[in-house]
Design a protein around this ligand. Sequence first.
Ligand code: HDE
Length: 695
Amino acid sequence: MTHSSKKDAAIGQGGELHQHTSSDSETLTTQQGLPVADDQNSLRVGTRGPTLLEDHIMREKIFHFDHERIPERVVHARGYGAHGYFETYENLNDLTRADIFQRAGEKTPVFARFSTVAGNKGSADLPRDVRGFAVKFYTKEGNWDLVANNIPVFFIQDAIKFPDLIHAAKQEPDRGFPQAQTAHDNFWDFVSLTPESMHMIMWIMSDRAIPRSFRFMEGFGVHTFRLINSEGKSTFVKFHWKPKQGLQSVMWNEALKINGADPDFHRRDLWDAITMGDYPEWELGLQVFDEEFAEKFDFDVLDATKIIPEEEIPVKIVGRLVLDRVVDNFFAETEQVAFCTQNIVPGIDHSDDPLLQGRNFSYLDTQLKRLGSPNFTHIPINAPKCPMHHFQQDGHMAMHNPKGRANYEPNSWGEKGGPRENPAKGFTSYAAPLSGQKARIRSETFADHYSQARQFYISQTPIEQKHMSNALIFELSKVERKDIRERIVSHLLNIDDDLAKAVARGLGLEALPQPAQAAKPTRRDLKASEKLSILKNGPDTFKGRKIGILMTDGADADIYSALENIAKSEGALIEVIAPQVGGVTDNRNTKISAAQKVDGGPSVLYDAVVILTSEEGAKNLVKLPPAKDFVNDAFAHCKFIGFVKGAEPLLEATGVAQKLDPGCLLLKDEESVSSFVKTCRNLRFWEREEGFVES
Ligand code: HDE
């Protein structure tokens, strides 16, 4: 659409002056296609009289507006999506007949949506929460939805507990708050009475629950699924997504501040990365195992509160997901996309995991409520991209309606009678032999709730362990009832003594409670698993990360251009923060525009920072509290700080000059800038963390 800049002043029917733009764009119409002459004034009697009910143009416009909202998702309401493709690395026909895995190099279109779980649609991006990682593959044999999370286990073992879990996690029903957080009595009350949640509690109290962005987190299908090959042979599988960008999280104090500074931090990050051509990628990994392994494994592979350590079953990488296109319209795509765990394709099948079985009911059911019609598959984002032929018909908003006389099967209309079933090509469920009594029971093999929780804890680095105890102390300090706090500590005693003691100390408990009674002997000491730690699996590059450069007039032009070039060759971004968004003039009299005014670009929005000021400029920044916060926060959040000599007045005023450490690097020439950017690959200077003593 083109817009001419020619503006005309016109007198509306009511006599008031308004501006309109004359252009060669299309004529504005109503939904019925009626050309609109005046979109500024409703139809009324006289210049100041009542509006007429007859004004169908105004009524249509307001009627439509009144109905713009659809119900938000009951969980995972806040999310952000993007388009891309999945590229198959190799033919997997020995494992599965799924069409998507047959041809190396083939690309299948996908739509992915990332989300938080507990918060409402308008909440912030960085609460402590699980992240959804849902991918719809538009395969040639139907849509396959891998509706995953960024944590490989779940809180509960049986779907019947899901409404209780979610009620407890979301706002308390009388007061309607707190929003988007689990730091309240109801959540901790429920989990303290649900020991099976303890493994998941370890994960959500870790930094996994505050990812740096969607691009830097893993995804997990959680349940065991089945792969079926063309001979009908079944192999169990767990699905993994591994980010090519490496794992990264933020610190809790940082997350709290990011939510204020930029509640859209994660969605903006995804949007920016894709629109700048830095397409995020994940590799799809499979953990495949047979019945024999399932039998001898320490835990039940149908129990969604358990993982299979990668050391026991390595992850086989079979393809990659690339997100390379942002949405054209948030509502049409991200909001209306409907993932259903029941959407599987020939060659993939469900297992008997009771959580998965419940999900298979819930997703279809919830889409009907949310999208209002069983025809939600007619919405383009949900429609398969392969041919579809069926006899389902009518219903609200039916968009694809069959032609011809036959709308049932079998029929004897010959070729005109429409599609026929195809036993050779069609989906068949794996013929698992089953028997048993009908009863509401849970298998004994689901009973050990603590061993893997402990395994997760001991697999973390000391810094990560400290973040976990701090997270528990933070959350439980928001819990009003002491008995609930104590009940959690009694579970922690079944996981790790030091953790339980640290949390009890942090809560000011006078004495340790008795360990929680456990159905199974606790503390089976499992081997630590390297893959469970974020810090042990960080990136070896600073690619895709962002350096915030706090600049003033008179800044050193050479250092700036070195930063610009070296960051670019690393694949990292720089962003200038200045006292005014108009920018600064460097010491060569060149104007450098700023992306942020200093109070709009706090250091929490960057992975590393540089203080690039003249001495005069630094003295002026001392008078701006947000400039001091910029430095103080960067230091407190263990970020690498590059600075020039001129920055000293600001470093002194913040007290950072007095505690400079190897994470603070003086930038004086191209070489020092280069080693600063290389150092940034470590992401944080953790040794600085306040009160942290390496054990
Ligand atoms: Fe979901 N979940 N869930 N969930 N879930 C939904 O479906 C449900 C579970 C997950 O971006 C809902 O369309 C039950 C595990 C994601 O649109 C709903 C149970 C995992 C998304 C629902 C679970 C997930 C949802 C709400 C326990 C990780 C967002 C809106 C039995 C493997 C998808 C919707 C998107 C969404 C039910 C547990 C992942 C109500 C009953 C485990 C990523 O159907």
